[in-house]
Design a protein around this ligand. Sequence first.
Ligand code: CP
Length: 309
Amino acid sequence: LKHLITLDGLPKSVLTQILDTAAPFTEVAEREVKKVPLLRGKSVFNVFFENSTRTRTTFEIAAKRLSADVINLNVSTSSTSKGETLLDTVDNLCAMGADMFVMRHASSGAPYLLAQHLRNTGREHISVVNAGDGRHAHPTQGLLDMYTIRHYKKDFTNLTVAVVGDVLHSRVARSEIAALTTLGVPEVRVIGPKTLLPTDVERMGVRVFHNMEEGLRGVDVVMMLRLQNERMQGALLPSSQEYFKFYGLTEEKLALAAKDAIVLHPGPMNRGVEIDSAVADGANAVILPQVTFGIAVRMAVMSMLAAGN
Ligand code: CP
């Protein structure tokens, strides 16, 4: 593994290896162990062309706990605002000694373009980690969600999992569904209105429900999604109240799932739109543990890439 651009096509053995590698790093994520030296002397550049709270910060923490030097490019104050191209920016960061780029971009495919550029310019030693590109993929979010599910449910092969909401515009959903199916979850359900599901959603190997109550019946894991308003140019948006009525996760709707069902959300949450506060802060929610596991999973990914593993 030189780059991590997508989970599509990665075999079960690789996904499992990443989750297994992350397990001991939870001690570092939870501060029982301060640091490990696996990336000592390496420079990790966080290049985020879209806003982020969790992903950017946990990548920074993960890299620092691996003893790397971390450089956060502030895109809003960088020379991209003066018209510098993405690849010119990257060439300049390479000249500063980058060993790894962690990139978020609004355009699907931007991290792939970066990896291709590095190969074409003889910089194969530099790794690229996709921190979310357009609607395409958010592989480390998919992995940390799998880590969270495995932590609470132990095994993927006896689960029914529901992914709920705006799948159409969600890179998170695409990475989650790819990982769930590869790891052997026998039933992955997708719940949402027709207008917020891809027209060929069944091709993803999922069962489709438009009625949330039906779709939630008996599920072991509920993975909520935010309405990605920023990617809905020109689309007819449902009002928040209307959306919440049909697709908001309330305690009443959650009662239809298995009693010990867990509720995940990648964040940022919009309370009262896709999730009620009583659920977000309730006993079934594992939303904050997801964030902590994210540090361990990102440590695993970066250490494996640095080792050329
Ligand atoms: N889950 C996620 O990508 O959150 P941020 O946008 O805050 O990074």
